[in-house]
Design a protein around this ligand. Sequence first.
Ligand code: GDP
Length: 396
Amino acid sequence: MIQVDVLVGLQWGDEGKGKIAHFLGVHYDWMARFQGGCNAGHTVIHQGKKFIFHHLPAAAVLPQVKVFLGPGMVLYPPVFVQESQAIDKTIHLSGALQVILPTHLLIDVLLEQARGKGAIGTTKKGIGPAYADKALRQGIPLKTLLENPKAIQNTFLWKYHQQWLRLWESEPPSLDDFWQSVETMRQWLKEGKLKLWSPQAWIEYCYRTQERLLAEGAQGTLLDLHFGTYPYVTSTHTVSGSVYTGLGVPPNVIKEVFGVFKAYMTRVGQGPFPTELQEPLASRLREWGKEYGATTGRPRRCGWLDLNALQYACKINGVTQLIMTKADVLAKLPQVQVFYQDQFHSFPSWNAQLIDDTHFETFCEFIEKQLQQPIVYVSYGPETQQIYQRTTINVS
Ligand code: GDP
C-alpha cells in the first residue's frame, strides 16, 4: 500500500508551504495536490531558479518526484500549460478533476462586483463557480474535455453560462487561449507528457505499490469551507481530512501530518483577523516578509501569531510535526508578541541566524507547550538551505 504524508498550512495560506514541500520532497516518490486550483501560488527556488506554480505541487521541480493532480482539484488549462512548460516530466492527472472554463472566471468577477462591500475577496480565478457547477452535477471532468473538446459547447453547462452572462448583460469572454491550451494538452497526452488516471486505476496502483506520497495542501486551515472563517473562506476543504476524497486514498495510509505556520499571521482579502497589526508596524512586516500574494500580487494583512487559532488548526488536522517559517522576519524587531487565550505575551526577539539563540528557543518552547507538538523544522529565509532541524523527529 502506498504511504501518504500530508503537508498543510495552519493559518490563512501563504505560510511558505512551497519552500517546505520542496525541502521535504526528496523523501518522496510522489507529490500530489488534492484540492483547489490555480488560486494557489507556490514560490519555489530550485538551484537558483525561481518557479511560481499554481496547479503543480512545489516539489515538481525535483527530478525523481512524480506529480499527481487529484480529482479534488479544478484545473484551468491556459495556466496549467504555461506553468507545466517550466518542468520536463510527465504529469499525472486524475481524469475526474474538473475544468475551469473562461466563463467561470468571468462569473467569479461579476459575482464579486455584485457583492460590493460584502465581497469575499476571491482570487477571481473561477474556482468557486467551477466547484459550484461540480456540486450542481453539471461540471466538466478533464477526461471529457480532452476526449471531445468541441462537444463542450453543446453541454448544459455551456448553455447555462451563456444564459447567465446574458442576464448580466456581459460580453462573452475570449476563448482563443483556452482552446489553444486544450489542444496543447491533447498533444501532450499523445506524446506521453500527460497521463490521465481513472479513479479505479489510481486506487489499484496505490494498493499495489509501496511508494511514498506527500499530499500538499493549498491555502490554509482557516480558509477551509467548513472549518474556516465562513464566508471568508475558499471553496474547498484545506484540512488533512480532505486528502481522502481529494486524492482517492484511504485514511489508514496517512502517517505524518506536517503543519506549516509562519511566526506571525497574514491574511489576504476580507474576514476576521483578531491579532491584526496597525500601521506602521503592519507595513513594516509586509515589506520585510514580502507579504504580497504570489497569485494576485495583493498586499497581505499582517498580525501577531494567534496561538488559539493555531491550536485549533493542529487539532483539526491531527498535526504530528510543526514547521515554523519566516522566523527571520520577526528577528528585525526588538520585541515580538503572541496571542494566547485572551492576552498578548511579549518575547524579546532573536538573531536572524536563530540556531542556539536562547530567546528564539524560549519563543518556540512557549508555542510547543501550548500546542503539545514539536516544532521540528524552522525556516529562516527564502533560500532552500535556510532551514534547520530543531528536534530529532525525522521523516525518512
Ligand atoms: P505558500 O503559498 O504557503 O507556498 O507560500 P508562498 O510561496 O506564497 O510564500 C512564501 C514566500 O515566502 C516565498 O517567496 C518564499 O520564498 C518565502 N519564504 C518561505 N520561507 C521563508 C522564510 O523562512 N523566510 C523568508 N524571509 N521568506 C520565506
